[in-house]
Design a protein around this ligand. Sequence first.
Ligand code: SAH
Length: 273
Amino acid sequence: MRERSVTFILCLLSMVTIYTAVSGCSPGIGAERVETPTIAPGPIPIETGIPTETPISEEDPFFEARQRLVEEGIIGMGISDPLVIEAMGRTPRHLFVPEDYVDMAYVNHALPIGYGQTISQPYIVALMTQELGVHEGDRVLEIGTGSGYQAAVLAELGVEVFTIEIIGVLAEAATERLSGLGYENVHVRHADGYFGWEEEAPFDAVIVTAAPDHVPQPLLEQLTIGGVMVIPVGPVGWFQELWRIRRIDGANFRSTSLGGVTFVPFTRELRDE
Ligand code: SAH
């Protein structure tokens, strides 16, 4: 039932994505929304369950905007895992976007981070994180570090994150940003993520945040039995299908479609810039 409603939401979002693409907006990561949610002033309802005693406190000028995003764009769009909701409420997205976009950090939209890449839409980050179904202490591989935001959300769940980025400058910036923020449980590597991270495998979960046209075999092989991969697959420049793939045993995998999404391409060229 839940899977059906997630698919329904994603289908709706896909339709919106088509409209967005047609209307000339650049496709970012994740399903785009046409209307930009406005951050209206006013008190935050108390029944959200979002913790207020976090390392990022009321002194954080973005505290309310973040809570409102979580309320409207995460819980309001159907995310129900309380730990994921809490992690989204704790992760300071404004510290992961370029200075020019800080004011838009808590709008439910993908944003540019340079080099033709984007930081994912918060709703899609929450959805993919929820679908991974990770537990504290799990080992998670991410392909496509980008800004490091998705890795930080995973780290907030108490997992050990191994994240790979193909663009050197982004890998370096994310390493500095994550360690500056005290995320000691995130390890960043500059490499082509197609081959996974053999020395650290197996992983309880693999999350791919760029879209390849097929599922890389090495990533399937680096999953534990029972492990889950969440990955968008499809042609470049159009929209793709988001899949959750569970490893049943050594040779068998069960795939579930989570609907249509739009991600930046999974590339194969290691870039130093
Ligand atoms: N998860 C990121 C969003 C990343 S956008 C965040 O939270 O900000 C997708 C990223 O995947 C881009 O930075 C892109 O450079 C990277 N990427 C694309 N192909 C890749 C590959 N083969 N290996 C590793 N990273 C790749």
